[in-house]
Design a protein around this ligand. Sequence first.
Ligand SMILES: [Zn+2]
Length: 324
Amino acid sequence: MAQAMLFTLLLALLQSPAEPPPPPEATEVARGVYVLPGSFLPGRGPDGNTVIFDAPEGLVVVDTGRHQWHSDAILALAQQHDRPIAAILNTHWHLDHSSGNGRLQAAFPHAQVFATGAVDRALAADGFLTRNRAGAEAARDSAAGVQREEIDIFLATMAAPEALRADVVINSSQRLGLAGRALNLRVAERAVTDADLWLYDRRTRVAVLGDLVTLPAPFFETACPERWRTALDQVWATPFRIAIPGHGAPMSRAQFDAYRQAYGAFVDCVNSAAEASACAAQWSENIAQFTASDPRARRMAPQMAEYYVGYLRAGGGQSPDCLD
Ligand SMILES: [Zn+2]
């Protein structure tokens, strides 16, 4: 993470302790389906997008963000619509998608968390999150400003890890009624994490993909890149109309396919002898339509991509945490 961390650190030092940003605003992308956009602010960890389905027995909330301003916006939406949160679904255990679980359950204690069991290995003694916790504790005292705030948010989540675990473990793809609304849940093995969930809503033809689609670059920290590629092909084979990424704006089929092709080309480049900077430039060009209106994302795309080329090559083409 050296380069990306350094970059983040430098940005953090330039910032004074920051005000929380304005709360994310929900968009209704299909009837009864809302997207609360995640953020990726200078010096801070990201929040993933949240997707909310208005179901007969309450709201089904897919992913809960990292920061309190994000989970507060989910709770505000429930209040505006005068609807309880009936179920929570995590696409994967990365904390930008699940740190808000506990805050939502504090307000709606009957809302169960549906997720794969993949977080168990991340929370084990030598797991990804446990290792990061040790690193964060060591770094905390010398951190200041926004960076310190981010460390404290991470450590607070790790102090109550039970909220990250599923109440109902989803181990296999299935059609499941959640709060009275049937959704197709799909399990992707060893893609972004050991097991990720994505879902397809036949009624609206919306697919919610979690970090299988992530901009301005895929987050490969815990990834098996080849199986991730297969998962994107499986998404492509479903007749969705709108695809909601883990990070970035809702996509048409053509846009999803552009991302899928860019992803494949990037992984091929990682596995070739090409210069890391060449892979990064190619990635940035292939996804240019998604960063055109966001200068910061346009700057970050090649920096992140180049970092991940080195990261993946050091692991023989995958994350050291990939079980393959
Ligand atoms: Zn994410």
